[in-house]
Design a protein around this ligand. Structure first.
Ligand code: PBG
Length: 336
C-alpha cells in the first residue's frame, strides 16, 4: 500500500460516527414542526370528508370538519395551515374568491375562532380553483388570437381577493399565480387599507410542474384548455431566472419567498439561500412528491417515515427552513 493520503491515518472521519452521542453533537439539521405548514382543502356542506383518491389521507373538508381538523393540527404542534377553497360556483373571474361570503372567507373566520395566537392561518392566493376555465386569472384574447391570462386585470382581482382575506382575519397571504407585479399590487392594497402589518409569502420561483397533478384533482383546478407555461417557470430555464424572480419579489415587498416544487428543485433552494441568506425561505413539498412516496409506502416498498424525514431534512439542508407539506401532522407526531 503505497498510496499517500493527505490526512489518513491521522484523520478518521468515522470517529465522529461510532458513538451515537457524538453523532448527536455534530448533527446540525433539524426539522421543527412549528415551521411546517399543512395544506387543507375546504368546501361547503356539512359532515363531509371527501377522500382525495390520489392523495391518500387527505380529504376535501366541509367547514365543520375543517374546524375539527384545524384543532388537531394545532394540538399536534404544526406551525399552521394554508387554505385552498373549492367553491360551489365557478365563473370566468373566480368571483367566489373575491366575495366576503366565499368559501375561503368563511374558512378563515371559522378557523380564527378556534385557534390560539401562535397558530398561523395562511391563504393560497390564486384563481385557478375558482374559475370555470381553471386558469389562474381572467382571460383575454391576444392580438394573434391566442387566449391568455390577462396579467394586469388579474392584479386588480388579486387585490380584491387578498383584501377579503385580510378582512376575514388571515395571518399571512401566499400568492401563487406567478403574475408579474403581484406582490407590489397586493402590498399596495394592504398598505392603503390598514393591513401594512400583514406579511406576504410569495411563491416566487414556481415551476410549471407535472408534480402538481394530484393537487389538481384535490382542488378541482386543472386548466380546461392549454397549460400554465405562459405564467409558471420553465423547469429547463436557467437557474438564474429563479434569482431574478426572487429579486423582483423582494423589491416589491415580499417578506418570505418560496421555491416550488421542493425535491426536484433543491439546487434552486440552495442558490436562493446562498444569494439571500437573510431572507426567510420556504419550499413546497408538493402533491406529486407526496403521492409518489405514499403509493410506494402503501405497497410496502419503502419506509414512509424514514423517507419523509430524510426528504424534509434535505429541503432544510438546502436552505429552506419553512416547509409546506401534506405530512405536517405526521411529522409533528413522529417528532413529538
Ligand atoms: C395554485 C396552486 C397549485 C399548487 C399550489 N397552489 C397548483 C397549480 O399551480 O396548478 C400545487 C400544490 C401541490 O401540487 O401540492 N393555486
Amino acid at each position: 500500500m503505497n498510496h499517500q493520503s493527505p490526512g489518513f491515518p491521522e484523520v478518521r472521519l468515522r470517529r465522529l460516527r461510532y458513538h451515537p452521542g457524538v453523532r448527536n453533537l455534530v448533527r446540525e439539521i433539524s426539522i421543527d414542526p412549528k415551521r411546517l405548514i399543512l395544506p387543507l382543502f375546504v368546501r361547503s356542506g356539512s359532515g363531509l370528508r371527501i377522500p382525495i383518491p390520489s392523495m391518500p389521507g387527505n380529504d376535501q373538508l366541509s367547514l365543520d370538519e375543517f374546524v375539527k381538523e384545524v384543532r388537531e393540527v394545532e394540538k399536534l404542534g404544526a406551525g399552521g395551515i394554508i387554505l385552498f377553497g373549492i367553491p360551489d360556483q365557478k365563473d370566468a373571474e373566480g368571483s367566489d374568491a373575491m366575495c366576503e361570503h366565499g368559501i375561503i372567507a368563511q374558512a378563515i373566520k371559522a378557523a380564527r375562532d378556534v385557534v390560539g395566537p401562535e397558530f398561523l392561518i395562511i391563504t393560497d392566493v390564486c384563481f385557478c380553483e375558482y374559475t370555470d376555465h381553471g386558469h389562474c386569472g381572467v382571460l383575454k384574447k391576444m392580438p394573434n388570437g391566442q387566449v391568455e391570462v390577462d396579467n394586469d386585470a388579474t392584479l386588480e382581482n388579486l387585490v380584491k381577493q387578498t383584501l377579503v382575506q385580510a378582512r376575514a382575519g388571515v395571518d399571512m397571504v401566499a400568492p401563487s399565480g406567478m403574475m408579474d407585479g403581484m406582490i407590489a399590487a397586493i402590498r399596495n392594497g394592504f398598505d392603503q387599507n390598514g393591513f401594512e402589518h400583514l406579511p406576504i409569502m410569495s411563491y416566487s420561483a414556481k415551476y410549471a410542474s407535472a408534480f402538481y397533478g394530484p393537487f389538481r384533482d384535490a382542488a378541482e383546478s386543472a386548466p380546461q384548455f392549454g397549460d400554465r407555461r405562459s405564467y409558471q417557470m420553465d423547469p429547463a430555464a436557467s437557474a438564474d431566472q429563479a434569482i431574478r424572480e426572487v429579486e423582483l419579489d423582494i423589491a416589491e415587498g415580499a417578506d418570505i419567498v418560496m421555491v416550488k416544487p421542493a425535491l426536484a428543485y433543491l439546487d434552486i433552494i440552495r442558490m436562493v439561500h446562498d444569494r439571500f441568506p437573510a431572507l426567510p425561505l420556504a419550499a413546497y413539498n408538493v402533491s406529486g412528491e407526496f403521492s409518489m412516496v405514499k403509493a410506494a409506502a402503501l405497497n410496502g416498498w419503502i419506509d414512509e417515515k424514514r423517507i419523509v424525514l430524510e426528504s424534509l431534512t434535505s429541503i432544510v439542508r438546502a436552505g429552506a427552513g419553512i416547509i409546506l407539506t401534506y405530512w405536517a401532522k405526521d411529522v409533528a407526531r413522529w417528532l413529538a
